[in-house]
Every structure is written in C-alpha cells, then in structure tokens.
Design a protein around this ligand. Sequence first.
Ligand SMILES: *[C@@H]1O[C@H](CO)[C@@H](O)[C@H](O)[C@H]1NC(C)=O
Ligand SMILES: *[C@@H]1O[C@H](CO)[C@@H](O)[C@H](O)[C@H]1NC(C)=O
Ligand SMILES: *[C@@H]1O[C@H](CO)[C@@H](O)[C@H](O)[C@H]1NC(C)=O
Ligand SMILES: *[C@@H]1O[C@H](CO)[C@@H](O)[C@H](O)[C@H]1NC(C)=O
Length: 352
Amino acid sequence: MRSSYQTITIPTLLLSLIPLSHGSAANSTFPKRGLCYIATDHSESDSHIFTTSNSPLTWYYNYSPWPGPSSSLAQWSTEFVPMVHSASDAAASVDTIKAILNGSAGIPLAASSGGGGRGNRVTHVLTFNEPDGDTSTGGTDSAPDHAAQVYIDTILPLRAAPYHLQVSLPATTGSARGLEWLRAFNVSCFRRRPAGGCAFDFVAAHWYGDLAGMASWLGTLHALYPAKPLWVTEFALPAAPAAATQAFFNDSLPYLDALAYVPRYAWFGAFRSSGGDGNEWTGDQVSLFDGHGRLTDLGAGYLGGDKDGFHEGESASNSAAAATAGFATTTMSWTMCLLLACSVVANLGWLL
Ligand SMILES: *[C@@H]1O[C@H](CO)[C@@H](O)[C@H](O)[C@H]1NC(C)=O
Ligand SMILES: *[C@@H]1O[C@H](CO)[C@@H](O)[C@H](O)[C@H]1NC(C)=O
Ligand SMILES: *[C@@H]1O[C@H](CO)[C@@H](O)[C@H](O)[C@H]1NC(C)=O
Ligand SMILES: *[C@@H]1O[C@H](CO)[C@@H](O)[C@H](O)[C@H]1NC(C)=O
C-alpha cells in the first residue's frame, strides 16, 4: 500500500533519539502491536498520542531508514525498525542504517540492555515494500531478478558483523502475484548466490481483505517458511462499511495476538478519516483518527481502549502535553543533540 517515504524531509528526521525513562514495552498489554507511521499533513502532531507512557505499542516503522519525523516519535522509548524501501534506494538506505549504527549520523541509540524496554534500539530491518506492486499504489515495482542482486549486494551484509541485524524477506502484496514474485525472487537468489540464496530472518506480510483470507495468506507464507517468524506489517479490511471494518478489527487483532508464529503486527492505518489525509485505496473506515485528529473507536481500541486509558474522541494534543513533560528531564542532552543534528544537516547532504 501507499507509503510516503518521499515526503519525509531531512531536517525533521534529524531530530535525535533520546531514550526516556517512561514507556514500558516490556509490560505492554499488547506486546506484538506496532505503529505503521504514515506521513500526512497531520501525522506529526497526531502521532504524539502513540508515544504517551501508557501506550501499549512496542515498535514502529515509517517506510524509511530514519527515525521520526515527529520529535515525539523520534524520542519514543520504543523500538524503531528502519526500512530499505526499494531496490532502487537500497544502497543509500543501507548506508544510512550503517551510519546510524556506527554513530556517524549523530543519533544516540539506547544501550541494548538498558531500561527494560526496547527504546531506540535498531535490531531489525524491513526490506523492499511491495516490490510486486505498482508505484501508484505504494509498491516499488522491482523485477525479482534485479531485486535479488540488490538484496545480495546491500541487504545481506547487514546480517553479518559488525551489524548482526535481523532482516526481512521483501514484503509483497498479499496476492497470487506476490507469491509468484517471491518464487521468482528465490530462484534468482539461488542462481546468483548458490550458497544460501537471499538469506533472511523473518517474513513481512501485508493483507487487505477479510479474516478468512488473512488466515489463508498467513498460512500460505508460514507453510513456505515454517521456521521464520512472520510480521504482519500492514493489514486492514479496505473499502468496507464501518460495521464490517470494526468487526474485522475486533476479530483480527485477537487472532494475531494468539497466532504463535506472528510476533509483531501493525494496523493500516494511522491517518485521519477526512481532511485530505484519507487513503483513497483503503477508504476512511480503517482510520485511527477522525477528521480532527481525535481517536476513532478503532484508534482507541488499537491503543488498548479502557484497559490502557484511551478513549474514542481523545485528541493527540491532550497527550502531547504529557509527552513534553517527560522531555524536561533530558533538556541538557536534548539541546546537545539538536546541535549535533544541525551539524549533521550541514555535513550529510549525501544522505538523500
Ligand atoms: C513491569 O512490571 C513489573 C512488575 O509489575 C515491574 O517491576 C517493572 O518495573 C515493570 N517494568 C516497566 C519497564 O515498566
Ligand atoms: C559509518 O557508516 C557510514 C555509512 O556506511 C560510512 O560512510 C562511515 O565511514 C562509517 N563510519 C565509521 C566511523 O565507521
Ligand atoms: C528456494 O530455492 C531453493 C533452491 O532451488 C529451494 O531449495 C527452496 O525450496 C526454495 N524456497 C522456497 C521457499 O521456494
Ligand atoms: C467491536 O468492539 C468494540 C469494543 O469492544 C464494541 O464496542 C463494538 O460493538 C464491536 N463491533 C463489532 C462490529 O463487533
């Protein structure tokens, strides 16, 4: 589906990562649940609500190798998962990930063991978004054979020393075309690299449709890769009436929570139901925010509802205050990092 990788700008992305003491991924009521961050005109302000201390979300991704772009998001004490969005941007994206990991990008990462949460660690990388899909619907339209060579050249080194990252299989569309792409990719991978092909650590899947279809698609992928964990990085029932969408939401989340081979999932999507943010392909009913940036019933439910203290109609601005309060304790390092980010802006024009 649609991603907004191209609309993310460097100055906002360079806001630094500061591990905060709040945030309790370790004790989340929904430890598999993550945020698929979609850049819209309102998402920087709306996303504050995801990063409050009682948010159950344990990880996020944003279709790019950089954390952010919202300052609240970039400082969130939960795990960021960078994405190498397409075969065509792979070399630059992988360099960015390496620069974050080796410290040269000036983004401080949390110590891997501290705090009990997963704050600002980078341990996993998502690769190639819908390579079998057309660019007009957010796909990256790569020939499997070309993608295989790029994967071998750029992605595989991330699995080795000194990075040791867990990398995903490219996330195709949930369709026969996606399956055919994966088959052709695998053939090319073994032809180009007979010893091991395009090794990967986990599968990333997308699904748009009903629950029976999702169960079938995930089952198909699990049968192909029985030893690999499977992340559902986009899913929703698209273009359906509100009641059907809500029923799918109500049924699919517990289904994934209980599915042993799925360690993580992210609902699509975190955008407003109207006012220019709506996604023309999925329709408005899947939105986590209403037209004013207040949580829809789905938005409140995704954040754990009453159990975690989130209610339909709650707006991000209320919660932004809480998030800001947490930053006060780290003013000193925050300021230093802003300065660092500025020098990175000045020096790293090569990044985009
Ligand atoms: C998680 O819960 C345990 C037991 O209730 C508590 O001791 C611990 O501090 C909590 N951890 C975090 C990160 O909130
Ligand atoms: C860090 O990684 C970047 C990107 O690959 C590279 O250009 C830079 O030389 C590396 N710096 C160090 C200190 O290893
Ligand atoms: C990938 O290709 C290899 C080599 O032909 C084959 O052994 C393996 O079963 C294939 N894997 C999948 C998932 O198709
Ligand atoms: C979905 O769950 C919510 C919260 O439990 C409930 O209010 C709503 O009626 C349910 N909707 C459907 C269509 O099952």
